[in-house]
Design a protein around this ligand. Sequence first.
Ligand code: BGC
Ligand code: BGC
Length: 876
Amino acid sequence: MHFRYALPWLSIQTVLAVSLPFADIDPSTQLNKRSLAYSEPHYPSPWMDPKAIGWEEAYEKAKAFVSQLTLLEKVNLTTGIGWGAEQCVGQTGAIPRLGLKSMCMQDAPLAIRGTDYNSVFPAGVTTAATFDRGLMYKRGYALGQEAKGKGVTVLLGPVAGPLGRAPEGGRNWEGFSTDPVLTGIAMAETIKGTQDAGVVACAKHFIGNEQEHFRQVGESQDYGYNISETLSSNIDDKTMHEMYLWPFVDAIRAGVGSFMCAYTQANNSYSCQNSKLLNNLLKQENGFQGFVMSDWQAHHSGVASAAAGLDMSMPGDTLFNSGRSYWGTNLTLAVLNGTVPQWRIDDMAMRIMAAFFKVGQTVEDQETINFSFWTLDTYGPLHWAARKDYQQINWHVNVQGDHGSLIREIAARGTVLLKNTGSLPLKKPKFLAVIGEDAGPNPLGPNGCADNRCNNGTLGIGWGSGTGNFPYLVTPDQALQARAVQDGSRYESVLRNHAPTEIKALVSQQDATAIVFVNANSGEGFIEIDGNKGDRLNLTLWNEGDALVKNVSSWCNNTIVVLHTPGPVLLTEWHDNPNITAILWAGMPGQESGNSITDVLYGRVNPSGRTPFTWGATRESYGTDVLYEPNNGNEAPQLDYTEGVFIDYRHFDKANASVLYEFGFGLSYTTFEYSNLKIEKHQVGEYTPTTGQTEAAPTFGNFSESVEDYVFPAAEFPYVYQFIYPYLNSTDMSASSGDAQYGQTAEEFLPPKANDGSAQPLLRSSGLHHPGGNPALYDIMYTVTADITNTGKVAGDEVPQLYVSLGGPEDPKVVLRGFDRLRVEPEEKVQFKAVLTRRDVSSWDTVKQDWVITEYAKKVYVGPSSRKLDLEEVLP
Ligand code: BGC
Ligand code: BGC
């Protein structure tokens, strides 16, 4: 029997968690499955801890609420009502008896998607480049306010997966940086901001969602790939802990209310039913107290996923608009017949309601959803997919507040000055010639391409579900022209890449300052642009941008290049051309694009952005890439993370390879000097492994065992086509399940201990009542200080960075552990201060299954980039 993938019509009982040891051996495939990466089983699913720090009050409220619920009502919380069933991209069932409205899940990381009168913020990658915790927080807060203003319960961001293993990865810009520490800090600040604004944040995509190719079976088949299962990201234990899990742990510590499990498999077990990922890493080791929802159509089993730690099925149907669900009716049945114990459904409900209460939402004052994701029309069917209940569905609420100025600031502060031989800042240039499509508008309008599925005009953001409708998009051409007019400069622009005659005629004129705008783009796998199925096909500029740069710089000896890209592009052929006097990476700046770049070019903002990834000379030099072709017959493509922790700068450093611009690099219009490094060691106790046990699994309330109480109450309200309900069709449980193998018992197909609700031993690496692992990991062991002096003529911000060498033969040369952005006046000296926690100087020990400080001598470095480590000192 072949259990490894779930077909929609196989419901609760037949589909196994693929982490079962015996589920995996199939000699008929090309690779011997026994040699494939394997994900160990971890059961039972850890139940919530009402005493968890930061969650106590939320759990009190959740307990009061959940204890009153019927089984049907609990199931309603756990299961989406189906794709397009109502207004949001995902919604749960409501509990009208107690006044709880359907919860709204809505994208996402840089804008409220699919609405109007919302803002479009800079992408994560640009936000990361600010290296500014305050701006990260403010952006999260502003996003949260906008979400709340639209009636959103859960905002489906921020993103730490992808981390950016491959620079070509399509969704890297939705996340922050290839460095887990920078990403972790950005995650935490964003989450705190969003949740302080009263909206639940969602850390996604957990985990190993590092490329778009093969993330979904249907999508891949539509592209002509013959695969029957999704990509497996094969990640070893050390790499998991030290790289990919790290920022998600920061999300947990920041109190994030929800997680989204990924489409992909990890070590050949689907993320949303992977007990190692959900039960062990997330809930047991790191004490996550919120709920895990599936990515959209990433749910592949019934009981198996419940036992493996999934708490919410999104959007609720097996495949969009199938009208069927792995949960809904089937979860009701599974609890009724005992295959899912009551404590597990209670745990799901408690986690969901605790997240809701934790961010300050209340049943009494719950926001009302005032938009429809599916249309901007004012009137339409409430039940969109069923075309039913025509009414007002859009109220066009303006939620932008004054966020435009914040957006302008973040994008300016996140712009990285890569090269400047003296042409910047601009000072009333006599003649400014702006060149390139990327400086101008999309002729179809800023929202002319749904989900941004085109690359026309200036690139504000990438494509896919991580986008939003622009309220306006200030182009570089508009903003630069306005400034030129104000200064009395002559201004002309050519907003085409392919107009050599006209471009040459302009930029070869005496006194011309040419600014060339070029881009590269990427996005989510469900959209293909120019052959790029989400992931970029290459690292070169789009639209013959390289030829444009080369041409302009051959005609004009004062050529400034501005790059709008999701990550690195290859600048190898022209970056050191002396006619190119400046290069700026403006990332994906959002709606204020033109204003932000103008601020930097003219020195209204002295650049202080730092590149959150490395600029290598060739594609190959990165050592990691997207897997573009299936490599396992029609079985799951296997993506082995053989590079381990060595991605981006860790890789380049290990290979001793030269780079064009290293991680953390960025110039300013002033200069800084570093001096006086000091390390203060603090007295902290020994690391104490956690011991002891959890409580036994609690239950909340009780439920009727009579099947009649579960049949669809046709007399009370009409059935909506394709809507996912918790009800049974009839009192015949087997028939209601639609499952040919209904009747198998839990013992027959669930892994050992899956339903064991007795007290469980605590892991040594975990913390009793402490989300984020053993609390001793966060003991502050060192305080590091250094002096930064502004040795130039203008005020500026400096981003001192603290790196550590962990010293072992398998350790990267250096790893980022701290940073700050400091304002320094000319000739002023300020102090940079950062701390090192125990986690910061520890490594994951795969034998002990815990963090340890190795015996190797460790060093601390402080400097302005990962390769300019001006100050160093041995760690005492
Ligand atoms: C994406 C998620 C998104 C969801 C809902 C999925 O395809 O991977 O990031 O939140 O759709 O739009
Ligand atoms: C939706 C996205 C979703 C994707 C999944 C698209 O149709 O708009 O929200 O991420 O499907 O493949």
